[in-house]
Design a protein around this ligand. Structure first.
Ligand code: IPD
Ligand code: CA
Ligand code: CA
Length: 265
């Protein structure tokens, strides 16, 4: 295994243990609001601490940016971590959330790990080395278009200004797709695209730690990830479209007519 994947797996598993241990004491989990529909619990913070201490021990010179702790990006290697992607699900005992850890080398995605601690499913990827689920190589499902496809998405519940544009995209996608899922963890949505459980996925207004590991996973499974303009700026814009080559084009074509000026950036 790629050494950085190895360390990230160790970090993700120990964060996953913290999360699962707290699933049956949800009534005692402390929660604070970070913004509109944006919550952080003491479990998010404990899980992030686990990850940061594992990464620091292995790579004291690397920079670490965590959702709950901030951090600096001034190093060749920068880790992006979401200790608990799907906090709203977790807080409701809805068993669909993940730990997401990625590392960039000089701005390029190098390795990524997504761990679902409920199903104990581990997804990994490293640049040029492919993507795996539970140690087995995964490939994207090939589909010519979104017609009849199973798509994943996320609702812009923290971005009310984008709601009209999003609802236009959603209506058009629903017109063609076989069905659409909103499962509540962007990291798992991307991992599911990589392993063929979903044919494609789009969402707007995400953060870098939501996307980084999953984007590499889709790419290493043979798929395409872009922003809404079809370019590679998704980590900066937070707007993501993912799928196999052809399906990606078809999904982007569905989204494009609804883009506002703000979403074209
Ligand atoms: C959220 C989840 C969700 C997506 C949100 C993300 P969080 O992450 O990935 O699926 O729709 O916008 O911010 O806050 O639970 O880590
Ligand atoms: Ca997240
Ligand atoms: Ca989170």
């Amino acid at each position: 295994m790629h050494p950085m994947v190895n360390i990230a797996v160790r970090a993700a598993r120990s964060a996953g243990n913290v999360i699962v241990r707290n699933l049956d004491r949800l009534d005692r989990v402390r929660v604070e609001s970070k913004g509109a529909n944006d919550f952080v619990s003491d479990v998010d913070i404990m899980a992030e601490r686990e990850i940061v201490s594992t990464l620091r021990r292995a790579y004291p010179d690397h920079a670490i940016i965590g959702e709950e702790g901030g951090g600096e990006a001034n190093a060749d290697y920068v880790w992006l971590i979401d200790p608990l992607d799907g906090t709203t699900n977790f807080l409701h005992g809805f068993p669909h959330f993940a730990v997401s850890i990625a590392v960039l080398h000089r701005g390029q995605l190098e390795a990524g790990v997504i761990y679902d601690p409920v199903r104990q499913e581990l997804f990994t990827a490293n640049r040029g080395g492919g993507a795996t689920l539970e140690g087995r190589r995964i490939r994207m499902r090939e589909r010519g278009s979104i017609d009849g496809a199973l798509l994943g998405t996320g609702f812009p519940f923290r971005h009310p200004g984008h709601k009209p544009a999003y609802l236009g995209m959603f209506a058009d996608a629903m017109e063609h797709a076989g069905d659409i899922r909103r499962a509540g963890s962007a990291a798992l949505d991307l991992a599911y695209v990589a392993c063929g459980r979903l044919d494609g996925y789009w969402e707007l207004g995400l953060s870098r730690w939501d996307i980084a590991a999953g984007a590499l996973m889709v790419q290493e499974a043979g798929g395409l990830v872009t922003d809404f303009t079809g370019e590679t700026g998704y980590l900066d814009s937070g707007n993501v479209v993912a799928g196999s080559l052809k399906l990606h084009g078809s999904l982007l074509g569905t989204i494009r007519p609804h883009l506002t000026e703000a979403l074209r950036r």
